[in-house]
Design a protein around this ligand. Structure first.
Ligand code: 2AM
Ligand code: CA
Ligand code: CA
Ligand code: CA
Length: 267
């Protein structure tokens, strides 16, 4: 597996931030925590991780734009074509509860298209990497989406929007429809890792709405490079801006799209 210089920059940034997260995860009870919005916690660990990633990326490519969850506003680059999209800690709620399901997520966009992604879970030391045209990997192993065809054999991931955000009525109906068709539904609490798991063929599909670009930027290219399909919940290509995502293999993507969009039954 040959990594480009750019992908190496992203990997080094993710590993360095991951070390900081692993240290903080060991003494999570000592962290200062505050609430940004309904159910949206942020800690010193998130901010430290973001500073490390941002410094590394901006040092390596000072002209690129930068969008990060814990950085106020977007930094416009002088190079209009490239933008980093960063979640320094995806799965903060898990992290703060001692659940080892969280990750650093770094995506690179070129002319509006996701071209590289790195997702790193320091608790399991799993490093997911993908580059457009170069395939997707976990550590040194090539990733491939699952080949399951029938939803009844499938495990599907999702994210449940906090009561303070999202359209709950609509979500619960989607969930009910999907639960009626599949082998199992999983809610793991990190959208970035959910997408990495679909790329790895561990889960056969995933859907969630109300997300932000940094939750899914790296995962989009990961899924595509693992041979998967990704769209928004209407089947359209506007994923990053809409925060709506549905992913799977060539069979499950279509089947899940149909099931999640079944009409809402009349009361
Ligand atoms: P975070 O941990 O970086 O905030 C889980 O459903 C996904 O949604 C995670 O990727 C999580 O990212 C994000 N998330 C969790 N709670 C959220 C909230 N209240 N508002 C927006 N995004 C949230
Ligand atoms: Ca957050
Ligand atoms: Ca996130
Ligand atoms: Ca985050």
């Amino acid at each position: 597996m040959a990594r480009s210089a750019l992908l190496n920059v992203m990997v080094q940034a993710a590993l360095k931030a991951g070390k900081s997260l692993a240290r903080d995860f060991g003494e999570v009870q000592n962290l200062q925590v505050s609430l940004k919005g309904p159910g949206d916690y942020v800690s010193q660990a998130d901010r430290k991780s973001e500073k490390i990633v941002k410094d590394e990326l901006m040092k390596a490519r000072p002209t690129y734009g930068y969008l990060g969850e814990e950085t106020e506003g977007e930094i416009k680059g002088t190079d209009g074509a490239h933008r980093w999209i960063v979640d320094p800690l995806d799965g903060t709620t898990n992290f703060l509860h001692g659940i080892p399901m969280f990750a650093v997520s770094i995506g690179l966009e070129r002319n509006g298209e996701m071209v590289a992604g790195v997702i790193y879970n320091p608790a399991t030391d799993e490093l997911y990497t993908a580059e457009k045209g170069g395939g997707a990997y976990v550590n040194d192993r090539r990733l491939r989406v699952s080949s399951r065809r029938s939803l009844s054999d499938c495990v599907i991931g999702t994210g449940i929007p906090h009561l303070g955000r999202g359209q709950h009525g609509k979500y619960l109906i989607q969930l009910r429809h999907v639960m009626g068709e599949v082998a199992g539904v999983r809610r793991m609490g990190s959208a970035a890792l959910d997408l990495a798991y679909v790329a790895a063929g561990r889960m056969d599909g995933f859907w969630e709405e109300g997300l932000s670009a940094w939750d899914i930027a790296a995962g989009i290219v990961m899924i595509r490079e693992a041979g998967g399909f990704v769209s928004n919940l209407s089947g359209g290509t506007d994923i990053l801006e809409s925060g709506s995502i549905l992913a799977g293999n060539e069979h499950t993507h279509k089947a899940l799209l149909d099931v999640a969009n079944r009409p809402i039954p009349k009361a």
